[in-house]
Write a protein that binds this ligand. Structure first.
Ligand code: GAR
Length: 198
């Protein structure tokens, strides 16, 4: 199973995927890592691991639709079975979704449908919830509205800041993302076996 991972920033979840592939616990090929801006740590991590990278800089395009088309083409060139948004902070339009139907996955640092958007950890903390967590879902055209594939809960501690809580959530998020990808990869293998045997 081939995946393309999209990042906008640090890429610590991407690093966990790279490490799991490297140690053999996740049987997928990271075909490419892409970003919506130049100079992300995520793309740097990929390059360090010898993974092909691309940057489709949002600011270099006259409008969102053209940027979406360019990003879609860059992702498609890597021929992924799944595309994973891992801290990719832009919504992709229908043109992209039609190219990868039900094949675009996203992770979010909250228990959706609570606290969608760019500040899931901050919003949960501000609301005073005692339990939050993370979600892996199929992305659609909305903001964190797609079908949920997996979730894990994380307790909020009285002394938590946004950073301490987010770090504990990310530990669960990485595990959940890797488990989800491993499950999809196993399902893809089963399908291939069945097709070969037919
Ligand atoms: C992750 O916690 C991810 O869920 C979040 O950004 C972080 C990226 O961390 N994404 C969103 O909030 C999307 N709504 P990383 O760059 O260190 O992997």
């Amino acid at each position: 199973m081939r995946i393309v991972v999209l990042v906008s920033g640090t890429g610590s979840n991407l690093q966990a995927v790279i490490d799991a592939v490297a140690d053999g616990s996740l049987p997928v090929t990271i075909a490419a890592v892409g970003a919506d801006r130049p100079g992300t740590r995520g793309v740097e991590r990929a390059a360090e691991a010898g993974i092909p990278t691309f940057e489709v800089d949002f600011r270099q395009y006259p409008d969102r639709a053209e940027w979406n088309r360019a990003l879609t083409d860059a992702v498609a060139a890597a021929e992924p079975d799944y595309v994973v948004s891992s801290g990719f902070m832009r919504i992709l339009d229908q043109h992209f979704l039609d190219r990868f139907p039900n094949r675009y996955l996203n992770t979010h640092p909250a228990l959706l449908p609570s606290f969608p958007g760019a500040h899931g950890v901050r919003d949960a903390l501000a609301h005073g919830v005692k339990v939050t967590g993370c979600t892996v879902m199929v992305a659609d055209a909305g903001v964190d509205t797609g079908p949920i594939l997996a979730q894990a809960a994380v307790a909020v501690l009285p002394e938590d800041t946004e950073d301490t809580l987010h770090e504990r959530i990310k530990v669960e998020e990485r595990r959940l993302l890797i488990e989800t990808l491993a499950g999809l990869s196993a399902a893809a293998d089963t399908t291939a076996d069945t097709t070969a045997g037919a």
